[in-house]
Design a protein around this ligand. Structure first.
Ligand code: ZN
Length: 178
């Protein structure tokens, strides 16, 4: 994995949201080439070019509103849910019989390579449908990235201990909490 993108949100859709411009940080998906690089970095099927960049940004904006609502405990925006459902509805596929280890199994098979945005939508749906998945915003106020806290005690406060968990922000936070 290269370092162009922050990909440690523990949820693909939040990795996408985290490419957004934030204070001093530029938009990481400023052009189609960057979108291609992001899908490659996330090991998503190529076919990224089938989505216009404007659409990618629309989806990212809606998911950003969803992430903010979940992190702040606010009202989940219906538009974001509709958009996720619309993307899920595009998933093409069929069931087929396959022979595995001497037995027949019924498998769901995608007709096409699943486009990247549909994988992002599946990720958002999975987070929403997972009761234990807690979406948080990084406690470094200059950062603003989102992530899923999967620690049993709910103790993940930073997107990355390396970039945000150390130094003055962590010190300041400890000072505030002390
Ligand atoms: Zn952070």
């Amino acid at each position: 994995m290269d370092n162009e993108f922050f990909l440690a949100a523990d949820a693909l859709w939040l990795d996408l949201v985290n490419t957004s411009r934030h204070e001093g940080r530029a938009d990481r998906l400023g052009d189609v080439a960057a979108w291609h690089r992001w899908t490659r970095a996330c090991q998503l099927p190529s076919g990224a070019g089938s989505e216009p960049l404007r659409r990618v940004h629309q989806v990212r904006t809606a998911l950003g509103e969803l992430a903010r609502a979940l992190a702040d405990g606010g009202h989940v925006p219906g538009g974001a849910i509709d958009m996720v459902n619309a993307l899920l509805a595009r998933l093409p596929g069929h069931e087929r019989l396959v022979r595995e280890a001497g037995t027949w199994r019924l498998r769901f098979a995608s007709r096409d390579v699943s486009p990247a945005l549909e994988a992002v939508a599946r990720s958002a749906a999975a987070t929403l449908a997972e009761p234990d998945a807690v979406v948080r915003r990084c406690s470094n106020p200059a950062c603003g990235r989102y992530f899923v806290d999967r620690t049993a005690a709910g103790t993940r406060h930073f997107c990355s201990e390396l970039t945000c968990g150390h130094g003055r922000w962590a010190d300041r936070r400890r000072g505030v909490l002390a």
